[in-house]
Design a protein. Structure first.
Length: 211
């Protein structure tokens, strides 16, 4: 999508699967800084992150996976095939620079997340806060490419990031593409509660400079 003020805007479908993917971390709440740290770990050490997915893979039986020590069984759209595809991607992926923290992007993400905390809505466009372009420009962000990921469900930072890397059910793997987009150089995160999915995180990305 293009307009006179943003050269390219990347919008992605939201991710609501892998609700219980947070096997690697035991935290009951999700820290924004921890989410960015996990994204940066995956960007800078993709093969290391592939190991986390290989460990998670062992819990699958067809399109279902179980949680060790619990009776809960989760059904996925693509099953272990999506995990294998993500592992292969990470093994081939080159190391990328880490993303810097952007307070402005974090505020833009928070505007949408806080609205959805109350409304229970999902998606990238808030009834009051608007879309990503409006939100980041309102907060003084300048860049030639912007993007947004939203994940619902996991209760740990690693769970959130693994969910978006696997991107089960998302045909274009858009969440993964945003996390590994070499043009992006900064991001802001806001994590909060959600009436239907318990937890949610909005991650706004930006890269490049306007001429």
């Amino acid at each position: 999508m293009k307009n006179s003020r943003i050269l390219q805007v990347v919008f992605l479908v939201v991710s609501v699967l892998f609700t219980f993917i947070d096997l690697a971390c035991g935290a009951s709440t999700v820290s924004e800084r921890a989410v960015l740290a996990e994204i940066n770990l995956a960007r800078s050490e993709p093969r290391l992150y592939a190991g986390f997915l290989k460990e998670f893979r062992s819990n699958f039986r067809g399109n279902f996976y179980g949680i060790p020590g619990m009776a809960t069984v989760i059904e996925t759209n693509e099953g272990v095939a999506a995990v294998d595809e993500a592992i292969n991607f990470l093994v081939r992926q080159k190391s990328l620079p880490v993303l810097g923290w952007s307070a402005g992007l974090a505020v833009a993400a928070a505007e949408l997340a806080r609205e959805q905390e109350k409304s229970g809505a999902t998606g990238h466009d808030g009834e009051k806060s608007g879309g990503i372009s409006a939100r980041i420009e309102r907060n003084g962000i300048r860049g030639r490419m912007i993007g947004e990921n939203i994940a619902y469900g996991p209760s740990s930072a690693r769970g959130m990031v693994m969910q978006m890397i696997i991107d089960d059910g998302v045909s274009n793997r858009g969440h993964r593409k945003n996390q590994f987009n070499p043009i992006f150089d900064r991001a802001g995160v806001y994590c909060g509660s959600h009436p239907s999915y318990e937890t949610m995180c909005v991650i706004d990305f930006c890269g490049g400079s306007r001429q």
